[in-house]
Ligand binder design. Structure first.
Ligand code: SF4
Length: 411
């Protein structure tokens, strides 16, 4: 990256900050793109044709906003753009961004798109620390987000939980940046940071005392749109305003899924005993171990809210979308709906970009899933930056969820 500053798109606010800290921890210069705003939409619309998925527009808009700042030297800029294989348009985001940059005279701006498929291109000897530190940062950011959503709807004073969340996120970022990347040392330091955060959230909970639990609404959908509060008009916050608690599908779910797909493909190609398979197996073992160490302190806090193993989600989806015949987020979303319903959700919301093929497939399947689950209300919300009736629609939806939870029939 030759001293360039890497900008991280804020798929999820906390994850982007923690990930930027992870990159700084391994010696790279990184920061999240500045907060999205109306200029993001303006530039996104100007530099895309209108056919792209909404997350592509938002990220292009945010990146172009960085480039239009007078103090930005394009020679010193790199954009981090995750990518994926498969039929979805997501795989085209990075090549598309390259085209946009080249066509507008920004050919010196680099795109960092490291994956296991391209051997973490662009990172050289930093690939190992990048994978491990990045993984841990995303895991911890997900844990903090989970604590935020489990506590915020019960705030006595608006803003209490967010203050604690911000303190905890700052603690995580500081820990990442100030701890040597030696794996054992780093894991112990991150574990201690998580325990400190647990203490802050527990103190908050003890201060406000016992409260009746609110209806639990599972939130699934396209990964960027469901996690990026700008894209989804902060739907979860509005939902909380209607007296609900949200259980949002986290970011690392996708990483577990891509790992499991990697194994499935190696098996299909008869390469399960290859060096590549061995490497993937070792990586998975290491990631599982990290996850175990970091989640373990929250066993009591997350009782009843445990995140499922990826294979459990895939099995839940099997009657509707068997993983051998369907691919990507549609499988995860359908499986997660079933899982969340079993965990007591009063309803499910699917957040997707307008025209998202995953959202459209899921919407076609949800009526059957809902019937099989006793009529649980499942509602798709699509976003393209022009949402107008979100608040009213959420109010109506929460009435359905309350009636389902109370044993009435719905949706
Ligand atoms: S998941 Fe949906 S929004 Fe994302 S790239 Fe695919 S079609 Fe587009």
């Amino acid at each position: 990256m030759n001293g360039k500053r890497i900008y991280i798109p804020p798929m999820a606010y906390g994850s982007a900050r923690a990930f930027a800290s992870a990159l700084r921890a391994i010696g790279l210069d990184a920061e999240p793109t500045p907060p999205s705003d109306s200029r993001t939409r303006e530039l996104g619309a100007r530099f895309t044709s209108g056919d792209e998925c909404y997350p592509a527009k938002v990220t292009v808009g945010d990146f172009m906003k960085v480039l239009e700042r007078p103090e930005t030297d394009p020679e010193q800029v790199a954009f981090f753009m995750p990518t994926a294989q498969g039929p979805c348009r997501f795989g085209q985001y990075a090549p598309y961004l390259r085209q946009v940059l080249d066509a507008n005279g920004y050919d010196t701006v680099e795109i960092l798109s490291p994956t296991s498929q391209n051997a973490y291109a662009g990172l050289g000897s930093l690939a190992g620390p990048f994978v491990r530190t990045g993984w841990r940062a995303l895991l911890c950011a997900d844990l903090l987000e989970k604590l935020l959503l489990m506590n915020r709807p019960y705030d006595e004073r608006r803003g209490d939980t967010e203050t604690v969340y911000e303190e905890s996120l700052a603690d995580l970022c500081r820990t990442l940046e100030e701890t040597p990347v030696e794996p054992g040392v780093q894991l112990r330091a991150l574990g201690a940071s998580m325990v400190r955060s647990r203490g802050r959230f527990r103190k908050l909970r003890d201060r406000r005392g016992a409260r009746a639990s609110l209806p639990l609404i599972g939130v699934v959908g396209e990964i960027f749109c469901r996690l990026n509060t700008f894209s989804n008009e902060n739907l979860v916050r509005s939902l909380e305003g209607y007296g609900a608690e949200a259980w949002l599908s986290d970011l690392v779910e996708w990483i577990w899924y891509t790992n499991s797909e990697h194994f499935r493909k190696l098996k299909l190609e008869g390469r399960i005993w290859s060096a590549e398979a061995l490497g993937a197996w070792v990586r998975k073992r290491v990631q599982k171990h990290d996850e175990h160490v970091l989640i373990e302190p929250f066993a009591e806090d997350f009782a009843g809210r445990e995140e499922p193993d990826i294979y459990e989600i895939l099995e839940c989806a099997r009657p509707y979308l068997p993983r051998e015949g369907a691919f990507g987020e549609m499988v995860l979303n359908v499986g997660k709906v079933v899982y969340l319903a079993r965990k007591g959700a009063a309803g499910i919301i699917d957040i997707s970009p307008f025209t998202c093929m995953n959202g459209i497939v899921c919407e076609a399947i949800y009526p059957r899933v809902s019937r099989d689950l006793g009529g649980i209300p499942i509602r798709n919300f699509y976003f393209d930056g022009t949402q107008s009736d979100l608040d009213r629609d959420l109010g109506v939806y929460m009435e359905l969820a309350r009636s389902y939870r109370g044993g009435g029939t719905s949706a």
